[in-house]
Every structure is written in C-alpha cells, then in structure tokens.
Design a protein around this ligand. Structure first.
Ligand SMILES: *[C@@H]1O[C@H](CO)[C@@H](O)[C@H](O)[C@H]1NC(C)=O
Length: 208
C-alpha cells in the first residue's frame, strides 16, 4: 500500500515536470484609450519545441472556459506574430478602446495560459479634474471653518454651563426665603398685636 502511494506520488511528480508550463507576459495592462497597441507574449517551458498558440478573450477573469471567445486576427484590431518556434505566440491589440477591456488567454497545444488582464480607461478631462481639485480644496477649508465654529460653540456652552452650575449651587437659598416668609407671617401677628395699641387719633398715649 505504502509503495503504491509512493509510486503514485512519483508518477504525479513526473507528470508535473512533463506537463507543459505556459506563462503569459505581462499579466496586467492598465492603459488609456487611444493607446496605439499592446502586446501579450505566450511562452512555454519547452521553447525548443514547435507549438501553435490560439488566443481567447473573456470579459471577467473567473468566467467559464466555454465563454472564452476565440480571437481571429482581424485586419486592424488584432495581429498575431510568431516568436521563435511558437506560431502566433504574440498577440498584438491595436488602437485600444474601452471595449477591449477583458482577460486574454493563450492556449498552447491545448494547455491554457494563466491569462492577462487588460483594462482600458477613458482619460479624465483636465479641466474637469482641475475643477474637482478646486472643489475639494474649498470643501477642506469649509470643513476647517465648521470645525472651528464647533469648537467655539462647545467652549461657549461649557462656560455657560459653568455659570448655570453656580446658580444651581445657590438655589437652596430659596428655602431660606420660605423660612423668612414664615417668620414674617409671625411678624404679621406681631403687627396685629401692635395695631391694638395703635389707637385712633386723638387718643392719648398711655404714657402722656
Ligand atoms: C505541440 O504539439 C505538436 C504536435 O502535436 C508537437 O510536435 C510539439 O512538440 C508540441 N509542443 C509542445 C511545446 O509541447
């Protein structure tokens, strides 16, 4: 059993070393529309052997193999070049447009390459970009002002709270006012008693 396993592993290793290794160069292109051309190279681990390459395009990297569309050398858009013994080993994409965005795969002797992503972006108009930067600067200044206002408001509020706190601290004195009133009512009684002695005019004071 062990020997069988070891044998399988050995066979697998041999298979890997024998299997065709395909690489693509480069793996990514990020370009602007209107670029005259880009080139993708498809090379194998056995460059001394003759081989034929077919090229395919797909819109998303993880789309199924069946969805890969074969690229035919159309006059103008695509050109295929031989490299050493590899027929059509180089794909040239001309006059790049946004619609050329996608992933390009080469297939050499029925073995797929890893794929090259091409992203074609429209250039942003300069004036628009400048306007956006100015706008951004303006917003940053505005933000700064708002922040300053907020801090000022917070500080003022804090001060106001402090004053309020003082008045709250003094508030218990209202109790004293009520106490005083209670005393005054007593005083009212006293005045009444005094009024008893306050005789109508003409009355002689008892001490006269
Ligand atoms: C590709 O296939 C051809 C024909 O079967 C063969 O002669 C050639 O050696 C292969 N090339 C590679 C790189 O495996």
């Amino acid at each position: 059993m062990r020997w069988l396993l070891a044998g399988y592993c050995g066979l697998a290793l041999i298979n890997i070393s024998v299997a065709l290794q395909i690489s693509q160069k480069p793996r990514f292109y990020g370009v602007m529309t209107g670029r005259p051309y880009v080139m993708i190279f498809c090379t194998s681990s056995k460059q001394q052997l003759a081989a034929g390459v077919k090229w395919y395009k797909v819109n998303e990297h993880d789309e199924d193999e069946e969805k890969r569309i074969r690229i035919n050398a159309q006059r103008g858009k695509f050109e295929l070049h031989d490299k050493n013994l590899t027929k059509d080993g180089v794909l040239q994409i001309n006059d790049l447009r946004a619609t050329d965005t996608g992933v390009y795969f080469c297939k050499m002797n029925d073995t797929w390459g890893p794929g090259t992503e091409v992203q074609v972006a429209r250039p942003i108009l300069r004036d628009k970009a400048l306007y956006r930067t100015n706008m951004k600067d303006g917003l940053i200044v505005l933000q700064g002002l708002l922040l300053a206002a907020c801090i000022a408001a917070a500080l003022l509020r804090k001060r106001g709270m402090g004053e309020k706190n003082d008045s709250i601290y003094e508030e218990p004195e209202t109790d004293h006012i009520y106490e005083g009133l209670a005393i005054e009512t007593c005083g009212g009684g006293l005045y009444e008693e005094l009024s008893v002695y306050a005789q109508p005019e003409g009355a002689e004071a008892p001490w006269e």
